[in-house]
Design a protein around this ligand. Structure first.
Ligand SMILES: [Zn+2]
Ligand SMILES: [Zn+2]
Length: 357
């Protein structure tokens, strides 16, 4: 009898992957071992895997010590090909996604509130981390991954898997602050930076019904911004922008990791407005607190979103036909893609075709 199963045979001790062998070294094709499919695990045949800027930070130890060899990748979309006996949410053949985390304590106040990424014990990263048994976690630049169903997302039928993959990190990173700050009709929202994160912010804020402005260094990407759903597009290199837009926005989401002149940007908020930062500058930034005091303004950080909200985001994207703008590449081009991400030479997310891994 034939079963509706994977086209390729699966050997848990010989899973194809691309790994970074040591800090800063180029990625190389290799094989890795995945854990056996446990009671509550699903085995996913990966179809597409996005390249996130944080993959590069970690491969090059830009954020501190990493674990090598490293298989990066936390924007994973694929098909379930096996389920453990205790799995209730997934069946073989289901479309599934995995984002930035694969485990947490599940019982602390933050986990119970649906913010597993802030687990008071610790959330386990999809790669460059140790799982609860102390084994290094290996991410999505691979043919397969084994993940607990509690940290596996459903990718709705309406979403193509390739453009859905980046939603698992870039999408939720923008959806969470936009939804959390009440983005909707009548609200004026600015997105700072039109890259992998920013372009998702424009699409999502537009779909939520807000009036959307892109604040970009130059007008170079203006046509793209307007096509993606922005109503206005301004260059931050032009000082007139900060005069013209003073006191305008209910919400500004900054996606840039370069240090911004925060006081200037806070000056663009109306009274009671908030600036949410999702970019992560490596050095401290300066701020005159009077910028916040004068106008009851908020400065907020935001880091991805919990599992429940990530599912909500995927469902929202399916309903509104939203995916990432991607450049699909073969795995042999990952190293080249890394260099291009560093020079912002991608519109707007590289996605690896996992069939080539
Ligand atoms: Zn990411
Ligand atoms: Zn917890």
């Amino acid at each position: 009898m034939t079963t509706l199963c994977s086209m390729t045979t699966y050997d848990s001790s010989a899973v194809s992957a691309y790994a970074v062998p040591s800090s800063g070294a180029p990625l190389e094709r290799t094989t890795i071992t995945r854990r056996p499919v446990g009671d509550h695990d699903v085995l996913i045949e990966i179809k597409f895997s996005g390249i996130c800027h944080s993959d590069i930070h970690q491969a090059r130890e830009g954020w501190g010590e990493s674990i090598f060899p490293m298989v990066p990748g936390h924007e994973i979309a694929g098909i379930v090909t096996e389920v453990g006996p205790g799995v209730t949410k997934f069946a073989v053949g289901d479309r599934a996604g995995v984002g930035c985390m694969i485990d947490s304590c599940r019982e602390c106040a933050n986990c119970l509130a649906g913010n597993e990424q802030f687990c008071l014990d610790r959330s386990v990263g999809t790669y460059n981390d140790l799982d609860k048994k102390g084994e290094p976690t290996l991410g999505g630049y691979a043919s397969h991954i084994v993940v607990d169903e509690a940290f596996t997302l459903r990718i709705p039928d309406g979403l193509p898997l390739d453009t859905a993959a980046p939603l698992l990190c870039a999408g939720i990173t923008l959806y969470s602050p936009l939804a959390g700050q009440g983005t909707g009709p009548g609200k004026k929202v600015a997105v700072v930076g039109l890259g992998g994160l920013g372009h998702m912010g424009v699409k999502l804020a537009h779909a939520m019904g807000a009036e959307v402005t892109v604040l970009s260094q130059s007008l170079r990407k203006r046509d793209d911004g307007l096509r993606l759903g922005a109503d206005h597009f301004y260059a931050t290199s032009d000082p007139a922008t900060f005069e013209e837009l003073a006191g305008t926005f209910d919400l500004i989401v900054s996606t840039v990791s370069a240090p911004l002149p925060l006081d200037d940007y806070i000056g663009l908020l109306r009274a009671g407005g908030a600036l949410v930062n999702v970019g992560a500058p490596e050095a401290p930034v300066s701020l005159n607190l009077l910028s916040l005091i004068n106008g009851n303004k908020g400065l907020i950080g935001s880091n991805i979103g919990g599992i429940r909200q990530t599912q909500e985001m995927l469902d929202f994207c399916a309903e509104h036909g939203i995916g990432a703008e991607i450049e699909l590449i073969g795995a042999d081009r990952i190293n080249e893609a890394y260099e291009r991400v560093l020079t912002s030479d991608v519109r707007y997310r590289f996605v690896i075709d996992a069939a080539t891994v």
